[in-house]
Design a binder for this molecule. Structure first.
Ligand code: GDP
Ligand code: MG
Length: 172
């Protein structure tokens, strides 16, 4: 099937925050409690209909390339239209790490790439205090949106990907 728009969307964030689970929830609508971590670059396709147009999202996962393991390869950043910066609402460390990933995006990408911050695992008790303040202090005005999600029960997962598709299409 053909499409009208193609956008590259990249999920980044610490190992274990739920990047693969979010993508799997969105694309396949399933949740695998003990997902096997894959190594390397991987992407999935999902088509979204917006105003009679087909917007194809090419969603890149960054398994095995998190901080301290190796630098994200430049192919991940190349021509990316949007980033989903994922942290884990049950991990204070994972929100601190967002600063590192944001720096990587700034060093490797166009200024106009869309950045969405996602606090995942909202089905569990939240351990991060003053989330919005922390995010504001890391990103200033450069983050267009922050949402809490659960790959497990599906909360907000479809919303964030569709919002990205809409925003990117609007810019064209
Ligand atoms: P990744 O390393 O960022 O790709 O993280 P994974 O998707 O592999 O998820 C890491 C672990 O967190 C797995 O055991 C998942 O089942 C679990 N997980 C992911 N998302 C959620 C969520 O929304 N809620 C809960 N309770 N667990 C989750
Ligand atoms: Mg993964």
């Amino acid at each position: 099937m053909s499409y009208n728009y193609l956008f590259k969307v990249v999920a980044i964030g610490d190992s274990g925050v739920g990047k693969t689970s979010l993508i799997t929830r969105y694309v396949d609508d399933t949740f695998v409690p003990k997902a096997i971590p894959t190594i390397g670059v991987d992407f999935k396709l999902k088509d979204v209909m917006i105003d009679d147009k087909i917007v194809r999202l090419q969603i890149w996962d960054t398994a095995g390339q998190e901080r301290y393991r190796m630098q994200l390869s430049s192919s991940i950043y190349k021509n990316a239209n949007a980033f989903i910066l994922v942290f884990d609402l049950t991990s204070k460390k994972s929100i601190k790490e967002l600063e590192y990933y944001f720096g990587e995006i700034q060093n490797n990408c166009d200024e106009d790439s869309l950045i969405i911050v996602v606090g995942n695992k909202c089905d569990l008790p939240d351990q991060v205090e003053n989330v919005q303040e922390e995010i504001d202090s890391i990103f200033k005005e450069q983050v267009q949106n922050f949402s809490k999600t659960s790959a497990k029960d599906g909360t907000n997962v479809k919303n964030i990907f569709e919002m990205i598709a809409e925003k990117l299409k609007e810019r064209k």
